[in-house]
Design a protein around this ligand. Structure first.
Ligand code: PHE
Ligand code: FE
Length: 300
């Protein structure tokens, strides 16, 4: 009993420290979610019946707007798997989606109050659990939110968890994250996540398409990333991506383009230990310019 009390005490201290660092990072604000009921893995109950009719209605509007933008912009796997989520009619119950997901690729969803510490995030992914934020944005945040909400997490990330190769890649990413923590590789691995899982583009025979969740859950960036002449679009290269800085509060200045999820899986499979060591001695690159000799993939 004493051990359990000690453990919960030390969790409370660690949680406090985590919330404080994040709050300092995010404009001195506080995190939106209610962390008071989170367990040691930051998991909470989704409490699906507490969502109000107007929240379900807001979700339907978000979903309908975004779904209409997908054809010709989202990669085929994302579009094909969207209906398997059965989430067009209201905020989904994670338990129901988890059943379908478990049968398809062995993943499940866990409910969280919002952002979680790196290690916790990696531990979930390594166990094929995807953390999904429970709260939904307010109506006045229809187009833009500061922190990821249930719409971003669910609509943006869950469709590709039904894709076997992408699902395997994300598990490997989780394991790689735990490993990177001990190697000082986290800043590099965070950039990889940002420029692939969140803002990745993929080249297909039909043209460029988006597969990143940050793009696919955004009403504006989904057209911007494929049609605007402003940003750079360059072929995916692990080391280049890991050196590239990113902005979290504007559309991306550079997108990296993969040819397939198999490529992503293959290129990230090698042991990153020597790569992290090499990158630690190199300057980071700004996202608003090409390096010497780099090509900018034309928009078609
Ligand atoms: N291969 C990486 C390593 O050895 C782990 C990793 C896999 C990282 C997939 C990201 C994505 O560290
Ligand atoms: Fe995300």
């Amino acid at each position: 009993m004493k051990d359990a009390a000690d453990a919960s005490q030390s969790f409370a201290v660690a949680q406090d420290a985590f919330l404080k660092t994040l709050a300092e990072k995010s404009n001195g604000g506080v995190l939106r979610g209610d962390y008071s009921r989170a367990d040691a893995q930051y998991v909470v109950a989704q409490d699906w019946s507490a969502y109000t009719p107007s929240q379900h209605a807001l979700w339907r509007r978000l979903y309908a707007r975004q779904a209409a933008l997908l054809p010709g912009r989202a990669c085929q796997a994302f579009i094909d798997n969207l209906d398997r989520m059965q989430a067009a009619d209201g905020i989904p119950d994670f338990v129901t989606t988890s059943k379908a997901l478990l049968a398809a690729t062995g993943w499940t969803l866990v409910a969280v109050p919002g952002l979680v510490p790196d290690q916790t995030f990696f531990e979930h992914l390594a166990a094929r659990r995807f953390p999904v934020t429970v709260w939904l944005r307010a109506p006045e945040e229809f187009d833009y939110i500061v922190e990821p909400d249930v719409f971003h997490d669910f609509f943006g990330h869950v469709p590709l968890l039904f894709d076997p190769v992408f699902a395997d890649h994300l598990e490997e990413y989780g394991k790689g994250g735990l490993k990177a923590m001990a190697l000082g590789g986290l800043p590099f691995l965070a950039r990889l996540y940002w420029y692939t899982i969140e803002f990745g583009l993929i080249d297909t025979s039909e043209g460029l398409r988006a597969y990143g969740a940050g793009i696919l859950s955004s009403g504006g960036e989904i057209t911007y990333c494929l049609s605007s002449p402003m940003p750079r679009r360059i072929p995916f290269d692990v080391a280049r991506v890991m050196r590239t800085l990113y902005k979290i509060d504007s559309y991306q200045e550079t997108y990296f383009v993969i040819r397939s999820f198999e490529q992503l899986f293959r290129d990230t499979a090698p042991d990153f230990t020597p790569l992290y060591a090499r990158l630690q001695g190199l300057a980071s690159l700004p996202a608003d310019r090409l390096s010497e000799g780099e090509c900018n993939i034309p928009i078609r």
